[in-house]
Design a protein around this ligand. Structure first.
Ligand SMILES: C[S@@+](CC[C@H](N)C(=O)[O-])C[C@H]1O[C@@H](n2cnc3c(N)ncnc32)[C@H](O)[C@@H]1O
Length: 261
């Protein structure tokens, strides 16, 4: 991730605030994850690791379920924001790092990676290493849930990149993005530009680039099954109530570590 910023520096954690303002709220996701833990019969006392927790907006909602919650975040601005939030909450901890920093063994009932963290792993070696670490960190019977963009759907449908206006920290902000596909490297790049209007009329541009691996559903199933996961279930949206074949813009997949290895 690369961020360029020229002014508006007085707004604290501006990239986190922009991300939070222009992305969906946590309620739908947390309700879905709760239903998922019930459908896999995880029990009530859940110890959760949320990988790529971003600014941490899901974390308080998970804690409200009575869960013990840990967030892991690789981006320093998001991490700072999530840490600040965690300090105000019980049963929530946040640590810096990403998938390839997970070192725990058999401690989590549930590991989540919501809204794309796994797709930031561009190399196959890093993806395999991440799944090995997730598998080791789960208790027997533990559940892994991840979602990534379904970039085959993007290539087929060529959707318009986002373009929206919001008020963020009292400033008027326009977000516009561009999509680029590299069919040799199998990567997708989203170039985000935030145009921030200060009260004095000056506009500042903040740019943030996200590069994702193009991973298909069969690729992901292969990696998870090779990694020892079982009972894979796919979902189309956070509104889904039951597993279904994929047909939309997200790949959402749950997979379980067997109780007996
Ligand atoms: C679109 S954000 C999603 C944040 C949060 N999960 C949410 O839904 O609000 C993607 C996240 O993946 C994180 N990320 C990037 N590289 C990562 C890696 N190697 N391992 C884990 N997370 C990573 C980013 O820092 C970012 O927080």
């Amino acid at each position: 991730m690369r961020i360029e910023m020229s002014s508006v520096s007085e707004v604290k954690n501006l990239p986190s605030q922009l991300y939070s303002a222009f992305s969906p709220g946590p309620d739908l996701v947390v309700r879905f994850i709760y239903r998922l833990t019930q459908s896999y019969r995880l029990g009530k006392k859940v110890r959760l690791l949320d990988v790529g927790c971003g600014p941490g907006k899901m974390l308080p909602k998970y804690a409200q379920l009575g869960w013990q919650v840990e967030g892991l975040e690789i981006d320093s601005d998001f991490y700072a924001q999530a840490l600040q939030l965690a300090e105000t909450l019980q049963n929530v901890e946040v640590r810096p790092g990403g998938f390839n920093d997970i070192k725990q063994r058999s401690v989590y009932d549930l590991i989540t990676a919501i809204n794309g963290p796994f797709a930031y792993l561009l190399e196959r070696e890093a993806q395999v290493d991440a799944l090995e670490r997730v598998y080791r960190a789960l208790k027997p019977g533990g559940l892994f849930f991840l979602d990534i963009p379904n970039l085959l759907w993007f290539l087929k449908n060529d959707p318009e990149p986002p373009c929206a206006k919001k008020s963020v920290a009292g400033l008027r902000v326009q977000h516009q993005a561009q999509y680029e596909y590299d069919v040799h490297e199998a990567t997708f790049t989203q170039r985000n530009e935030y145009i921030i209007e200060a009260p004095n009329g000056h506009a500042t541009k903040l740019r943030k680039t996200d590069r994702h691996a193009i991973i298909t559903y069969p690729d992901l199933v292969y990696l998870l099954e090779e990694g020892g996961f079982i009972k894979l279930r796919s979902y189309n949206s956070y509104r889904s109530r039951r597993a279904t074949l994929l047909k939309g813009k997200r790949i959402m997949l749950a997979a379980q570590k067997p109780v007996r290895q």
